[in-house]
Design a protein around this ligand. Structure first.
Ligand code: DX5
Ligand code: ZN
Length: 222
């Protein structure tokens, strides 16, 4: 199974994004956490910043929108050419309509679930999406501890994806390091966001490779 490692620039030096993106050029995608201070109690960056990051990034951007009213704001990120746009199920009123809009604009469409949000209502909608993001911490901040209690959702998703032969990536985000990635990969994740564990490492490229090889072994074992 292909494994993807997406470092989160939330843990990067906010005064040096171009340089920091250069340090993760061997990763698959740069994960960009857009926070609006409404959906989550934290504020990061918006469309103008994302457009500029996209110009200087050596790898495509994987956008994680932690914002209210995604129907209103998310399409502009797809119009800007983002490779992938993931919005939160809890914030959207028409998840299928928004996914179709994002796909029509040329982006991959992702659906994110907070730790307490059940996955069952969304299982029949999976063909509308390219990615499901299972949050493994409460969204809003980096550096939190991985919540193993979210793993049953991944198992349900992996089962649904495999039995229907869907081309859908299963992403985890929050508290991912070389230990917790084993648990997440074994449960069925194939796409791993890692902020602190990559950017706090002495050698981010080596940490990316360690995460990738650890996840590959665990994913094959499940
Ligand atoms: C949290 C963000 C995560 C965060 C992960 O709301 O969605 O992407 O950057 O950071 P770590 O890997 O430090 O838990
Ligand atoms: Zn994120």
């Amino acid at each position: 199974m292909a494994v993807r490692i997406n470092p989160s620039i939330l843990a990067a030096d906010f005064a040096n994004f171009e340089r920091e993106l250069g340090h993760i050029s061997t990763a698959d995608f740069a994960h960009v956490d857009v926070m609006d201070n409404h959906f989550v109690p934290n504020l990061t960056f918006g469309l103008t910043m994302v457009e500029r990051l996209q110009e200087v990034s050596p790898i495509p951007l994987d956008l994680h929108l932690m914002i209210t009213e995604p129907e209103r704001w998310a399409p502009a990120y797809a119009e800007a050419g983002a490779f992938s746009v993931t919005f939160h199920a809890e914030a959207a009123t028409d998840v299928v309509g928004l996914a179709r809009t994002l796909r029509a604009l040329g982006s991959r469409a992702g659906l994110a679930l907070k730790p307490g949000t059940p996955v069952e209502p969304y299982l029949e909608l999976l063909p509308e999406f390219d990615q499901v993001l299972v949050m493994t911490v409460e969204p809003g901040f980096g550096g939190q501890s991985f919540m193993e209690s979210t793993m049953p959702k991944l198992a349900l998703l992996r089962n649904a994806v495999d039995s229907a032969h869907l081309d859908l990536w299963l992403q985890v985000d929050g508290g991912i390091n070389e230990e917790t990635i084993v648990t997440a990969a074994s449960a069925g994740a194939d796409t791993f966001v890692a902020g602190s564990s990559v950017f706090r490492a002495e050698n981010p490229a080596a940490q990316i490779e360690l995460l990738r090889s650890t996840a590959s072994v665990s994913a094959h074992a499940h």
